[in-house]
Design a protein around this ligand. Sequence first.
Ligand code: NAD
Length: 296
Amino acid sequence: MKIGFIGLGNMGAPMAANLVNAGHDVSGFDTLEVTVEGVDIAECAAAAARGAEVVITMLPNGTIMRDVAAEIIPVMDKSAVFLDCSTVDLDSAREVAQQAEQAGLLAVDAPVSGGTVGASAGTLTFMAGGSEAGFAKVEPLFDIMGQKAVHCGGSGAGQAAKICNNMILGATMIVTCEAFALADKLGLDRQKMFDVVSTSSGYSWSMNAYCPAPGIGPQSPADNGYQPGFAAELMLKDLRLAQHAAESVDADTPIGKLAQRLYAQFVENEDGKGRDFSAMLPRFEKRGRGSEPRSD
Ligand code: NAD
């Protein structure tokens, strides 16, 4: 298949490389000077998109995704698929899908879970929104870049699934970290805490697969000085998207809101920027009661 790939960053580059390794013809573009083995680097986004059957975008946010969409939709072949794998706000996902469809294209929003490790290994989970026809056309590409793809519904449904998932993730990581800090103060050994919780009703992905305590459980960023992994600022971005979406539909999400406040404080007022999102544990270790998060 002839594929355009725009946004060859931490996620996009290994995803594009996997498509090349599976025999696809990939033309890529990034505003930074990048090289990805086997990817033909075009001089602009429109050049990468022209003549492609599928154009994949993997960009930092909705504003940038909208700008790129405005540039490439007019030059894309009719009935080609615009496949956005970035994590963006629902409004951007839906409006761009509508513009693409009005131009005679198919549009799929398919944000991912699995991080840079999953992008390299081709084990991402894709959560997709869009038409059956669009999903069917890109499903073979999901099989290459990932291990699972769920068609969640119409345009924006993929983004809705992503922000709900990451709201759960942010909240469970915080409570897992605060529980470790509490256990320390209660004199409970961390390994014993892990042994109990990981096989009891408090288990979660944060505890079992990505334990925030160094030297406990499987290898995780905690064992590597809390280098990301999944950076705290990316978690903050997703929690903000979740709150923005919750406000737009009048959904009551008090824990998600508090998680957003805590990550905002951690990233913007403390030392969280550039650290893994599980570095909430050393943050809680240093604190006592009475230090409430800021109120915005
Ligand atoms: P990144 O910043 O490493 O990559 C984004 C790339 O887009 C950069 O290389 C940047 O130069 C490029 N770019 C910016 N503006 C551009 C433009 N106008 N035209 C072309 N290229 C442009 O980010 P990432 O970690 O690869 O994340 C990409 C998306 O995936 C984000 O939406 C993020 O939320 C989501 N995501 C990331 C992870 C993760 O663990 N990193 C996990 C799941 C989802």
